[in-house]
Design a protein around this ligand. Structure first.
Ligand code: 6CS
Length: 312
């Protein structure tokens, strides 16, 4: 059969690289073929999710940044400073987390989705038009966030005026000054040329970008076991491939940004400067629990236990 797989990025960006590896593995190990649909070919992230739920697509890569509007617990990825900055710890967490690998699949299943894996896409950096060293510097800054309520709360707690927008509107909104800031991994800022419409890149160490690959659950459940195994193996191979692929990606991307725009200011917040942003995380965590109740609380607690295990 031909299986359709859509994702939120271009073919040469992280989700696209993952998708290409997944496709190569499936095609090498079965008679099936995968047709890839990069960002823009089938609409925005919310559109490809609808198509996957409807079974028009068999596979979809959507980040919790958007899935959070469908599965509130997925917003846990926007509690600031929850994920570690250390890559080895982060990778170990994604590989072994009970919350990610056992609890989230049930929540996705309730939305007709078979969660195949979650994976990190790099440390999130802010880009703005003016230097930011403290939450005060974000005052009056209309800051674009992905469309999920907890991310709005995060940036409120950071002192900004959060503005949820789909991805397609971000470059233009920065260009016309409707917004003055956004956050994304460095490699994505580089590949999408967001540095052209912002002047400062800020590292506060507050998050790493998470995304997720899922299949339409009815499609997946109806497959013979051998095909499910092919999908599982291809997912595992693509997961390990994408972690290795990203090893030097962020530093290479930052160099490319500096080369393309030498006047781009790079700010790495000191520990002292990070303190007020870290303090804001507590409020966001409380809001997360208010929004998601017992179910969210259990996921958060399990994630913390998984993170502690990954730090050992
Ligand atoms: O900011 C966004 O909306 C996009 N950022 C990344 C890294 N991937 C896809 C998403 O749409």
């Amino acid at each position: 059969d031909t299986w359709r797989y859509a994702f939120e990025e271009a073919l040469e960006e992280v989700q696209g690289k993952f998708a290409q590896k997944f496709k190569a593995e499936v095609e090498a190990n079965s008679d099936h073929t995968i047709q890839l649909f990069p960002y823009g070919t089938l609409g925005e992230s919310a559109d490809i999710m609808e198509q996957a739920q409807a079974g028009i697509l068999q596979f979809v890569d959507q980040s919790p940044g958007f899935t959070g509007s469908l599965i509130p617990e997925a917003q846990v990825f926007f509690v600031p400073y929850l994920l570690p900055g250390d890559t080895e710890q982060l990778n170990s967490f994604f590989r072994n987390s009970v919350a990610l690998n056992e609890m989230f699949p049930e929540l996705y299943a309730a939305q007709g989705l078979e969660l195949l894996t979650m994976f990190p896409e790099g440390e999130v950096a802010m880009t703005t038009k003016k230097p930011v060293h403290s939450p005060e510097d974000l005052d009056e800054v209309k800051f674009r966030v992905m469309t999920n309520p907890l991310l709005v709360e995060s940036y409120k707690a950071f002192g900004a005026t959060p503005t949820p927008l789909p991805w397609g509107e971000v470059y233009g909104a920065l260009q016309t000054n409707i917004i003055q800031g956004q956050e994304n991994p460095t490699s994505f800022i580089e590949s999408t040329k967001l540095y052209e419409v912002t002047d400062v890149i800020i590292y506060a160490g507050h998050n790493n970008f998470t995304t997720a690959l899922m299949a339409n659950k009815d499609f997946y459940d109806a497959l013979p076991e051998a095909d499910q195994q092919v999908i599982e193996n291809a997912t595992d191979a693509a997961f390990e491939y994408i972690l290795a692929y990203q090893k030097d990606l962020e530093s290479v991307a930052l160099e490319a940004i500096k080369k393309a725009k030498p006047e781009m200011e790079v700010i790495v917040l000191t520990e002292e400067e990070r303190a007020p942003f870290k303090a804001a995380a507590g409020t966001v965590e409380e809001t997360f629990i208010e929004m998601t109740g017992d179910s969210g609380k259990k996921i958060l607690e399990q994630m913390k236990a998984d993170l502690a295990a990954a730090a050992e």
